[in-house]
Design a protein. Structure first.
Length: 183
């Protein structure tokens, strides 16, 4: 089964710096694994975004990015992941990142994004995450105490929604499962 069988037109465009192989997860509706090999930077992030947007438009809203073969991600590349999160969240979906190389994870941490993404150790954990309807059990999530990703001020959210950090005034959002992301 090739990528175009899963997402029509997915492989119409190629980029040698970033290879993406798709795998459909049948036990979770709208779930797709994207095996990434190469790197994501300013020059190929547009290619990356177009490919993933095609998958979202094809109905895949639960995405597992397998990053084991990804040896570099620039801040622009991380911005792409954030854009995907914003694309799938309103549709009831989510992202999971797997097997992030230490150098790549460091970039996520330095930019304060590591806490916005669900990061799992392996594919089984990622599928398990999507198999449980976390949204249904969200009542135990709030109130949630967390640190602002920008200034590290300790904050408390009593319910999901958007709000400003009382210290640095950054707009933050928190979803039903307690995930925090930039506004």
């Amino acid at each position: 089964m090739n990528n175009n069988d899963i997402v029509p037109g997915f492989d119409d465009e190629k980029d040698d710096s970033l290879k993406i192989r798709l795998q459909k997860i049948d036990q979770v509706e709208g779930c797709l694994v994207l095996y990434l090999t190469g790197y994501i930077d300013t020059y190929n992030s547009n290619f990356f975004q177009k490919r993933v947007t095609k998958a979202v438009e094809a109905g895949y809203i639960n995405m597992i990015f397998h990053c084991g073969g990804l040896n570099y991600v620039s801040s622009t590349g991380i911005g792409s992941f954030t854009a995907f999160l914003k694309a799938v969240k309103p549709r009831g979906g989510d992202l999971v990142l797997l097997e992030i190389q230490p150098k790549v994870y460091e970039v996520f941490q330095l930019l304060g994004f590591s806490q916005f993404f669900n990061i799992k150790e392996n594919l089984d954990e990622a599928v398990e995450y999507f198999s449980h309807d976390d949204k249904a059990g969200a009542t135990g999530t709030f109130p949630k105490i967390f640190k602002c990703p920008i200034c590290s001020k300790k904050l408390k959210a009593t319910k999901p929604g958007r709000f400003r950090c009382s210290e640095c005034k950054t707009i933050l959002a928190i979803d039903n499962s307690g995930q925090v992301f930039l506004g």
